[in-house]
Every structure is written in structure tokens, then in C-alpha cells.
Write a protein that binds this ligand. Structure first.
Ligand code: BGC
Length: 758
């Protein structure tokens, strides 16, 4: 009997192996066929056509002037027939209906495939960075900062897959996402687009997004090409302002910023967008070292490298490393840029053609770049059918998308404080709902939501609720007093006297503060403090003498310390998206047990950005420190914090061995017991600490995480595998090493020790 089982097992394994070999061989064959076709096509193409492929322009260049959203046929032909552009991007300041997208894409592809000699389709690119945010009725998910709070990679993949399906349904097959910058500068206006301050979250979740976008195979009607961005070091500008220089030593770049790109490159992302900023005095767009030696040579990245908005031109106009616009083009192309998002003129095309003719840029480089672009177009099936596909369009609507948006919003919400278990609230309470975020959609969505800034509320789907609307639906026998209006800045939203008067009739005050929607530079701030009008409102609420529940819809942590002690509960919503308001109502009234945990350290003071993975010396208090001295790691709320309506207790950490060897691994197992009355999900983070190392070791590093559901009164075992690679760091020779010695592993309030021996 046993023999028989072994034989069948062997046969099964043989077939499975054969199957996977056959699959790999098939994929390799398909790739080889594409490469043959690309070579043959390049041979037929003129230099103009090749350079045109490398040129990407904004939709404005093919649309009629002013507010008109119609294609200008003359401009369209100039772009595609005369300048032979390979790619078009963006919207003209508004989101389009599915039909409008079809009209636009169809007309572009008609001209490209009927009026050009080699009939090369156009690759249209869009920023669908938290769902199909530029399609009317598209589903919008929480921004990455909230997805990271969920500690749920599967959910990230699921959301990205829906974004892929809806984007492909519009006829677009290239998405400028995921963002892999690590959010270590909370002033930065794009903080909400990051997965927080830890590179593991960015790497794991970024890769999950790549799988969600591309996992079905680029040819499938449910896939889009992903674009990992912004390579490299965009998220750590010293000033905190957008597109300003980063001074970040290479050892730290390699330790903290490069790994997510390596991981997502290994996950197979087919394109990369370059950081507009500069790193240690060198604009990334001009860096052969980072774009070619490291990206291609070390990371083995094979996809297409596109510039960011106008950044080739800016090597001359802003960064001043190129003394002419033409030199800027030469620099960028020779550094490794394959496609220039020009995007408002044809200067790149004209200069590159000249440079090619003068021999300043070799044809081999042009063939390489154009080859990568054509390869992607072929993989995406654009040569077979460049038009919006019937099978893709049929998938645009599905009830499950809204359900996933709700699931994601719920898992992203992070309960930071709940004094005396004031939450959840009874549904028959009298509630005063106030604050600029109470009746505003933009603050729940943030950047890239139907418009770039996310502020055009008329473009949001009818089904999207504000917090006020969601609470109205939720209350049962209770009463809602709310005077908040949609305009974030309206006087009514900040009327402290009115608030105090209304509070007399209320059992609880729910105060919705934070930030209005913004994107990129318009979101720049010079002070992380919450704005004074909001602080004033918060003080008034505290003085009203009723329990105050603070709901924060914001893209980055705004300092709350002056009012935080007066808050009875704080719920961080981030930018929760299409179903965010309902998710907030679910948590406030106990229909959902919150389980998000912070992916960043929420600062307490405007000048203290100590992060969770600080060095020991960052916490040392000198004997003569004054009252304003070093507070160590003393954020308002630490990385990893998130409360639940139930309580969890951790058992001891059990290690499969206390010695780890180079080719070996250790399993760390822990029991998580739900000691409360409600079922609850819990996010379990595993950290390690290197006790002594040649480079000062951080106090802790996140190495793994898992989200588990634990029924009330029950216990669940969670196991993690620890490998030597997980304990590695970049040493002074810029090499990643794991040094022998003692380590600690920490989960919850428990820790255990082991040694790594070579
Ligand atoms: C942003 C990119 C975006 C591009 C195209 C730029 O301003 O930095 O993230 O993909 O615009 O919209």
C-alpha cells in the first residue's frame, strides 16, 4: 500500500515537474518569438520611427485647446504620423467615462495602425494608483499608507487586480504604479502614496501589487503592465518638499531604499519610472550608475525605463547639469532612459534625432530602448488588437469590487486610542458630527482621485458616501447633529461656538480632522502641526465636556499633541477610498472590529522624526540633558500600534533551534490568544535585533508579518521562518552580509534569543 502511494506520488511529481518545465519552455519560446519579431520590426523602422517610439506626450497635445475634451484631428496626426510618438499619457484635468476612454483610445489606435508605415500601436499610460481613479465609476481603494496598515499582502494584490481589470476595460494597458518609495519623511506630500517607513512593507506589498497587475500575463484582458516608481530615493527629500534633493548615503540607500525595487523587479514588473529628484547631487535621470549599472546590472531589471514628467528637460532647466536642452536629452538617454515623458512638446524627438545623426547617441542604444518599448507592446497584445477589448470591457462592473474596497478600507483603519472603551458607540446615541472632514469626499480619497488633486467632488460616483452620510445610515434610534458642508475650508466647518452649543444636545462628539485632498507639490507644507483652525475646533470640542472621538482623514501624520490628551478615542483613517466612510461608521458603531496597525511612527513633536528602526544611540539621554533634551523613540503612537475591540495575549516564542547556520532556517512559533469577547483579526509583526554588528545595528527591524483571525476565547498558532538573508545588512563595503553573533526575535511583548554561526 505504502509502496503504491510512493509510486503514485513519484508519478505525480514527475508530471508536475514536466508540467512546469513545459510551462517555462512555453514562456521562453513565446519570449524568443517576440524578440524575433521585435528585431525584424526594428530592421524595417526608420531612425525617426525609433526615436518617436521613445517619445511620450500628454493627452493635451492631441486634444482641442481650452476646456474642450475632444480630440483635435490635426494635432493627433502631428503626434502620431509626423512625430511618430510611441506613447501618450494622462487625462486633461478630469476623469473620463468608460465610453469616453473608448472613443479616445480607439481614435488614437486607428491613426497609429492605419496611417503609419509599420502600424505600430500606441502604448497609453495612466496613474491608476489606488484603483481605476481616472475612470468615472471606477473603484478607488485606500492609498498605500492604509493598505500597509492592513499588513495584508493578499488584499493589496486583490485591489491591484481589480484596478488592472477596470483600467484594461478602458482600453489602457499601462499603469504607473506601484509606488515603492519608503515613507521616511512625513512632511513629504506624497507620503500617502507610500507603504510607510519600512522597506519590507514596500517590497512585499509592492510585489503583491505587481502580481495583481501582471499576474494573469500581460496578454490577458485582466492585466496591465505595472511601473515601479519612483526609482530611486524620491521619498526622502531633506526639505520634505516635493522634488527636492535627497542626501542619503549609499549605504542607507542600499539598506532601505533599493530593496523594494529589487523585490518588485524580481516579481517581474515590466517598467520603471525614474525619480524626478536628485540623490547626493546627481539627478537620477542623468545617473548611469543608478539607471544602468545598478538597475540593469545588479537588479537584473529587464523592463522599460520611463522618465517622470518633464524630467529630461529639467536636467537643463532645474538641475543644471546639462548646459543645453539637447545635452539633457543625450545625458538622459545615455544614462539609461528608454522613454521620455516629455510631455508638452516634441523637443525630445527633435533633439534625439539630431544626436543620433551626429553620432552622439549610438544606434545600438536607440535600438535597445525602442526594442524594450516594442517588446512591451507585443507582450500586451497591442499588435494583435490595440483597441478596447470586448472581454475586458465586460469585466468593468462587478459587485465584488465594491466589496473589496470595503474590505480594504476596513482593514486599513487604525484605532490609536480608546480611553475607557468609549468605542464602539451605541447606535441609539445622539451624535454631534463636526469638522472639515465630516462631509467631504476629497479628504477620504486624497490624491489621484478622479482628478489629480482629488478635490472635484462632482466627479465622485453617486454611491460614494461622506462620513455624515454613512453615519446617517448607521444610526438606529439615535440622532445626528451635523452642520458640516463639503467645502473643506468653509467657515461653517470651523465654527467653535456653534460646536459647543450643539454639543449640549449630544452624548458624543465625533470630530473629523486631518487634511484636505492634495497631490504632489500643491500638498507641500512647512510645518507638520495640525492647522490652527482645526486645533481650535478640537479645543472647543474638548471644552464642551462630552466624550470626543477624533477621526483623522489625512495623508501624513499631522501633530496632535496639544489636543490629543483631551481626545477619548482616535481613529486613523488615512485615505480610505470609495467605501471609506462606511468602513469608518462600521468601526465607530462596532459593526467591524478594527485591526489596522501603523506602518509608520506617528510623531509627537514637529522636530522629532525618530523612526522605529532607530539606532540605540538615538535613544541615549546624556546625563546633562535639559527639559527639551533627547526623548528617544517617543512618538505619539509607535510603528505597529493598532487597537482592537478585543484583547490578545501572546504565548512564548518557540524557536525550532537556537542556532542558525548559513544554509539553514529557524521556525519561530507563537500562540496568539483572543482573551476578549469578540472575534478579531490581529496583525502579527515579527522583528529581529542584531545584538552587535560592524555597522551600528538598528534597535529592531521588521522581518515578517501575518494577519490572522482569532475567534473570541480561542488561540491561533502563527509560524514564521527566519533565514540568514533576513538578518543581513549592508556593510561598509556596500555588501549585504549576515554577521555571526547573537540575535533577538521579538513578537508582541515576547522575545527569544538565537545565534547565527557560520
Ligand atoms: C508624477 C508621477 C506620475 C506622472 C504622470 C508625475 O508628476 O510624479 O508619479 O506617474 O506625473 O502622471
Amino acid at each position: 500500500m505504502i509502496k503504491k502511494t510512493i509510486v503514485s506520488l513519484l508519478i505525480f511529481m514527475l508530471f508536475s515537474l514536466q508540467g512546469s518545465y513545459a510551462q517555462t519552455a512555453k514562456a521562453a519560446g513565446k519570449q524568443a518569438a517576440i524578440q524575433d519579431k521585435v528585431r525584424a520590426l526594428l530592421e524595417k523602422m526608420t531612425p525617426e520611427e525609433k526615436v518617436g517610439q521613445m517619445t511620450q506626450v500628454a493627452i493635451d497635445l492631441i486634444m482641442k485647446d481650452g476646456g474642450n475634451q475632444e480630440i483635435d484631428e490635426e494635432k493627433l496626426r502631428r503626434a502620431i504620423v509626423e512625430k511618430k510618438v510611441g506613447s501618450i499619457l494622462n487625462v486633461k484635468w478630469t476623469a473620463y467615462s468608460l465610453d469616453k476612454w473608448h472613443e479616445i483610445i480607439t481614435r488614437i489606435q486607428e491613426v497609429a495602425t492605419r496611417e503609419t508605415p509599420n502600424k505600430i500601436p500606441v502604448l497609453y499610460g495612466i496613474d491608476a494608483i489606488h484603483g481605476a481613479n481616472y475612470i468615472l465609476e471606477g473603484t478607488v481603494f485606500p492609498h498605500n499608507i492604509g493598505m500597509a496598515a492592513s499588513r495584508n499582502d493578499e488584499l493589496v494584490e486583490k485591489a491591484a487586480h481589480i484596478a488592472a481589470i477596470q483600467t484594461r476595460a478602458s482600453g489602457i494597458r499601462w499603469n504607473f504604479d506601484p509606488v515603492l518609495g519608503v515613507g521616511r519623511q512625513p512632511l513629504w506630500p506624497r507620503f500617502e502614496e507610500t507603504f510607510g517607513e519600512d522597506p519590507l512593507l514596500a517590497g512585499n506589498m509592492g510585489s503583491a501589487a505587481v502580481r495583481g497587475y501582471e499576474g494573469d500575463g500581460l496578454g490577458a484582458p485582466t492585466a496591465v503592465a505595472s511601473c515601479i516608481k519612483h526609482y530611486l530615493a524620491y521619498s526622502v527629500p531633506n526639505t520634505g518638499k516635493d522634488r527636492t534633493p535627497a542626501y542619503f548615503p549609499e549605504i542607507m540607500v542600499r539598506e532601505l531604499l533599493l530593496p523594494p525595487f529589487r523585490q518588485a523587479a524580481e516579481a517581474g514588473s515590466s517598467s520603471v519610472m525614474i525619480n524626478s529628484g536628485e540623490l547626493n547631487g546627481v539627478p537620477l535621470h542623468a545617473s548611469h550608475y543608478w539607471l544602468t549599472e545598478v538597475l540593469r546590472g545588479e537588479l537584473g531589471f529587464k523592463g522599460l525605463a520611463v522618465s517622470d514628467w518633464e524630467d529630461v528637460i529639467r536636467l537643463h532647466t532645474r538641475h543644471r547639469v546639462a548646459d543645453s536642452p539637447k545635452e539633457a536629452v543625450r545625458m538622459a538617454v545615455m544614462a539609461g532612459i528608454d522613454m521620455s515623458m516629455v510631455p508638452n512638446n516634441y523637443s525630445f524627438y527633435d533633439y534625439l534625432l539630431e544626436l543620433l545623426k551626429e553620432g552622439q547617441v549610438p544606434m545600438a542604444r536607440i535600438d535597445e530602448a525602442a526594442g524594450r518599448i516594442l517588446t512591451l507592446k507585443m507582450e500586451l497584445g497591442l499588435f494583435d488588437n490595440p483597441f478596447p477589448e470586448v472581454e475586458a470591457i465586460a469585466r468593468f462592473e462587478n459587485d465584488s469590487y465594491a466589496a473589496t474596497a470595503l474590505e480594504a478600507a476596513r482593514e486599513s483603519l487604525t484605532l490609536l486610542k480608546n480611553r475607557a472603551a468609549v468605542l464602539p458607540l451605541p447606535k441609539d446615541s445622539k451624535i454631534l458630527l463636526a469638522g472639515p472632514g465630516a462631509n467631504n469626499l476629497g479628504s477620504l480619497h486624497g490624491s489621484w482621485s478622479f482628478t489629480w488633486l482629488g478635490r472635484e467632488e462632482r466627479l465622485y460616483p453617486e454611491s460614494t458616501l461622506t462620513i455624515k452620510e454613512a453615519l446617517e445610515k448607521k444610526l438606529n434610534g439615535g440622532k445626528l447633529i451635523c452642520r458640516a458642508v463639503p467645502d473643506y475650508h468653509a467657515y461653517e466647518n470651523y465654527d467653535a461656538l456653534q460646536l459647543q452649543e450643539d454639543a449640549r444636545q449630544a452624548d458624543y462628539i465625533i470630530l473629523c480632522l486631518g487634511e484636505e485632498a492634495y497631490a504632489e507639490s500643491p500638498g507641500t507644507i512647512t510645518d507638520l502641526s495640525l492647522d490652527p483652525r482645526q486645533l481650535n475646533l478640537a479645543q472647543a470640542a474638548i471644552l464642551a465636556g462630552k466624550p470626543v472621538i477624533l477621526v483623522l482623514a489625512e495623508g501624513r501624520p499631522r501633530i496632535l499633541s496639544p489636543v490629543e490628551p483631551g481626545m477619548d478615542a482616535v481613529l486613523l483613517a488615512g485615505r480610505p477610498g470609495s467605501r471609506g466612510a462606511e468602513a469608518i461608521a462600521d468601526v465607530l458603531f462596532g459593526d467591524y472590529n478594527p485591526n489596522g496597525i501603523l506602518p509608520f511612527s506617528y510623531p509627537r513633536r514637529t522636530g522629532d522624526f525618530t523612526l522605529y528602526d532607530h539606532k540605540f544611540t538615538e535613544t541615549v539621554t546624556e546625563p546633562h540633558t535639559g527639559p527639551n533634551g533627547n526623548h528617544g523613540y517617543d512618538p505619539q503612537w509607535p510603528f505597529g500600534l493598532g487597537l482592537s475591540y478585543t484583547t490578545f495575549e501572546y504565548g512564548d516564542i518557540r524557536l525550532s533551534s537556537t542556532t542558525l547556520r548559513p544554509e539553514g532556517k529557524i521556525t519561530a512559533t507563537i500562540a496568539v490568544r483572543n482573551t476578549g469577547q469578540r472575534d478579531g483579526k490581529v496583525a502579527v509583526d515579527l522583528y529581529t535585533r542584531d545584538l552587535y554588528a560592524s555597522i551600528t545595528p538598528p534597535q529592531q527591524r521588521l522581518r515578517a508579518y501575518r494577519k490572522v483571525m482569532v475567534p473570541a476565547g480561542k488561540s491561533v498558532e502563527v509560524s514564521f521562518t527566519i533565514t540568514p538573508g533576513m538578518l543581513s545588512f549592508v556593510n561598509s563595503g556596500l555588501k549585504r552580509v549576515t554577521e555571526p553573533g547573537g540575535f533577538e526575535v521579538m513578537i508582541g511583548d515576547k522575545k527569544a534569543g538565537f545565534t547565527y554561526e557560520e
